[in-house]
Design a protein around this ligand. Structure first.
Ligand code: BGC
Length: 369
């Protein structure tokens, strides 16, 4: 071999080694999923429904922090419960080149066309807490076991009233969430699967006669609207009778119901508060639990949900399949969306310290009035 040929051979060999080396190191650093440097400049969009409810602020802040810790750039937006605002915020995220968009939908049925744009741009979409409906542009869903939330609320009422021991009849009223939040279908079904048999047996009586999801809806989960409806239910049906339990699907609805009950004379020694449920363990509600005005809430640790979503993002960015544990429950009308469901837990006076304080979710001073 001539010297020239040897030199050319060496050059080719060096180039090959350098290129393979680069490919290899890129592969391994992205595989590790933790090297911040890799994520620099990779934008992730987070679109939350509203700032007006504590939980979405926490959800947004948790995800922003956890994604930034991993090295991602985060575009976090809140849409003040306005569908048009959420659509235009998502459009901006697409234009800005977000690689993954995480959406807590205001109205799960109104995002099909904007998410089709995302899909065409190769962007992955994660449905956060609420399922996005009627589009195949949603790739994954991370939420709590929403049917389980309703079941926990129903079982709490069942236990407090002694329904399994045959006690009754008791008066029950029901206040749930909006018809455009798919979670409500699950919350309502979970609770009614426990309570309906007692209504059928006459151990529970719903004097207002309002027992369907439509009749018991609260538009936008709005506290004032829940209060207004419960004011009407109480003045029309409970002038002489007393209500023994109110199934409230979440904490904002629960606060509205509690205000209506108090204006109707409840929360005194002659007329104590009925069993009142909730969901989210928001601060005003934990205070109400400690004051004996609300019986329980359902604790959904938003830190754990944010962790799960960050894991999903990392997997997607590393061309891996995100972990899911449910591939059959959440049909959005276009496909069954692979989901990761976290477990909700009831919280009341007896266990709030362990669940909320010892876990660092709140400080004891925060929950005292
Ligand atoms: C969430 C609840 C929340 C409600 C109101 C639901 O979709 O799952 O946690 O209380 O929306 O924001």
């Amino acid at each position: 071999m001539s010297l020239k040929k040897i030199l050319v051979f060496c050059l080719v060999l060096m180039v090959t080694v350098v290129m393979t080396g680069c490919g290899g190191s890129q592969q391994s650093s992205s595989d590790s999923g933790s090297a911040s440097a890799d994520k620099k400049g990779v934008k992730i969009g987070v679109s939350m429904p509203t700032k007006s409810l504590q939980r979405w602020n926490q959800d947004g802040a948790n995800m922003e922090k956890k994604l930034k810790d991993k090295g991602y750039d985060v575009d976090l937006q809140f849409a003040e419960n306005k569908v048009e605002a959420q659509v235009s915020q998502i459009e901006n995220m697409i234009t800005k080149g977000c690689k993954v968009i995480i959406v807590g939908a205001i109205d799960g049925g109104s995002l099909s066309s904007v998410l089709d744009e995302a899909k065409s741009a190769g962007i992955k979409v994660i449905s956060y807490d609420r399922l996005i409906m009627n589009t195949d542009a949603v790739n994954y869903y991370a939420t709590f076991d929403n049917y389980g939330v309703g079941k926990i609320q129903g079982q709490y009422i069942e236990k407090q009233l002694g329904l399994t021991e045959g006690k009754g009849p008791f008066n029950l009223e029901i206040a749930t969430g909006p018809l455009d939040d798919n979670n409500v279908v699950f919350f309502f079904k979970g609770a009614m699967d426990v309570l309906q048999p007692y209504i059928d047996k006459g151990q529970l009586i719903v004097k207002s006669g309002q027992v369907t999801r439509e009749q018991c809806a609260t538009p936008n989960w709005d506290e004032a609207k829940a209060q207004e409806r419960m004011d009407n239910v109480l003045t029309t049906n409970y002038t002489s009778a007393k209500v023994d339990a109110v199934l409230c699907s979440n904490d904002s609805v629960s606060l509205g119901v509690q205000s209506a009950l108090k204006s109707a004379g409840y929360n005194t020694s002659e007329k104590p508060m009925p069993v009142v449920t909730g969901q989210d363990a928001n601060l005003p509600n934990v205070k109400a639990i400690l004051a004996g005005e609300q019986s329980m809430s359902v604790f959904k640790d938003t830190r754990a949900l944010a962790d799960q979503v960050v894991k999903m993002v990392d997997a997607l960015m590393n061309n891996q399949e995100p972990e899911v544990n449910d591939t059959k429950s959440y049909n959005n009308g276009a496909k069954v969306v692979p989901a990761y469901l976290l477990q909700p837990q009831f919280v009341d006076k007896t266990n709030y310290k362990q669940l909320l304080i010892d876990s660092g979710y709140y400080k004891e001073a925060d929950v005292q009035k």
